[in-house]
Design a binder for this molecule. Sequence first.
Ligand code: 1OR
Length: 293
Amino acid sequence: SVSAESIQPSQNQNFVKKVIPKSQEQRDRIKRSVKHNFLFKNFDDEQYQDVVNAMEEKRVPANTTVIEQGGVGDFFYIVESGTLDCFITKDGGSPHKVTEYNAGGSFGELALMYNAPRAATIKSTSDCVLWALDRVTFRSILMENTSRKRKMYEAFLEEVPLLRSLEPYERHKIADALESSYYEDGDEVVKQGDVGDNFYMIESGKAIAYKLAEDGTKQEVYRYEKGGYFGELALLNDSPRAATVVAVGRLKCATLGKKAFTRLLGPVRDILKRNSENYNAIIEKEREHDQHT
Ligand code: 1OR
């Protein structure tokens, strides 16, 4: 299993930067490929240039094994185009598919981060254009960010009831994509009627959800505390925000964008849906209550 202790980022500050010459056209393609990849967020110009310089273009035909489970970790990969499947073989079992990748996806970071054997096999399902980043550059530049975030959110994500059924690795991927946001007492985090593009989990503090009736009266419908979540409905149903959520005291939320929400919370989609049916029950109850008073 993966342990955080084996990570020593930035041990290698004076490494000789690797430069593989590239055309402007290749640089443009890399830029498009990493645009939506969280691992490349918050890079300064120099870090970004160092990473782009070190990348190597690899064209692989369909049905090529790019990474073999148990093998030695040499490269981290970013997908420019094409599709790949990821398989895991447990002791004595047969390979089962755990995930897939397409343009903008990335894989192969674990063996480089933890000096561990490859945890999975990755095989192309169509012709692919990949950008490979060597181990030294990965460890020097990409790893610091990645391991910092995984560590920062690890304890919190373990405490979120919604995510309990996920594998540790699935929570790591969520950590990569999270951003924290802060609110003061009374701030509106989401507003009823707005378009929704984020999902929120409460890291600390409290919040209350209100529904606005047509006559302008506010009705409290839900209270949240640490480990609770909101903002999923608009993303699940492509609908406007169904309620306004307001911070009670200082509030800190871990947020996921819509794309990451869809991709990373797929495994708990059923739980999200099931829980959201409770909202209707709550609102029905309130309504009945109102009618009888
Ligand atoms: P790597 O360097 O070990 C194989 O090479 C890559 O497969 C690995 O890095 C990850 O980038 C990727 N568990 C471990 N590795 C995974 C997983 C995974 N999925 C993709 N990779 N699990 C599946 C989670 C959906 C956990 C299964 C228990």
